[in-house]
Design a protein around this ligand. Structure first.
Ligand code: HEC
Length: 119
């Protein structure tokens, strides 16, 4: 292969990889469950003040605040206490700064989806 062909091939590959990254970022967020009344009922078992709006806000914040350093993890992949632990770790070890109300709603969203999805 000529030098020009090689460098063209490299360029094409890096372009398609960055496209994959973009598609995944958009695709992963689109695949995240949207909160429903069922999630609200489950969340209210531990906190009667939770509303659908709180859970939707939690989902939006999760996408905005948690997807910049690594892929978003499926909420159902961890039980609620571990989500609490991971959120604490992001704040104490990874320097992620969240307002108390924001981490509360992210945790509400992740826990509700996890509780509904896990047997
Ligand atoms: C500043 C960059 C950064 C941001 C923003 C961030 N994280 Fe992380 N996260 C990391 C790093 C680095 C690791 C890997 C280190 C580790 O596992 O302790 C990690 C690991 C994790 C893990 C464990 C991953 C696994 O597969 O084992 C979870 C869960 C997690 N983050 C959740 C979150 C959540 C929820 C948020 C939003 C509040 C968040 N992260 C935002 C940097 C970040």
């Amino acid at each position: 292969m000529t030098r020009a062909a090689q460098s063209k091939r490299r360029a094409t590959r890096s372009v398609s990889l960055s496209w994959l990254g973009l598609l995944c970022a958009a695709g992963c967020a689109a695949g995240l469950p949207r909160p429903t009344d069922q999630h609200v009922s489950v969340a209210r078992l531990s906190d009667p003040s939770v509303s659908l709006a709180d859970l939707s806000r939690g989902r939006t914040l999760y996408v905005e605040r948690c997807g910049s350093c690594h892929a978003l993890r499926d909420p159902a992949s961890l039980p609620p206490p571990e989500w609490k632990h991971e959120l604490d770790e992001m704040e104490t070890k990874q320097g992620v700064r969240l307002e108390a109300a924001d981490s509360r709603d992210i945790l509400r969203y992740l826990s509700a989806v996890s509780d509904v999805a896990r047997p």
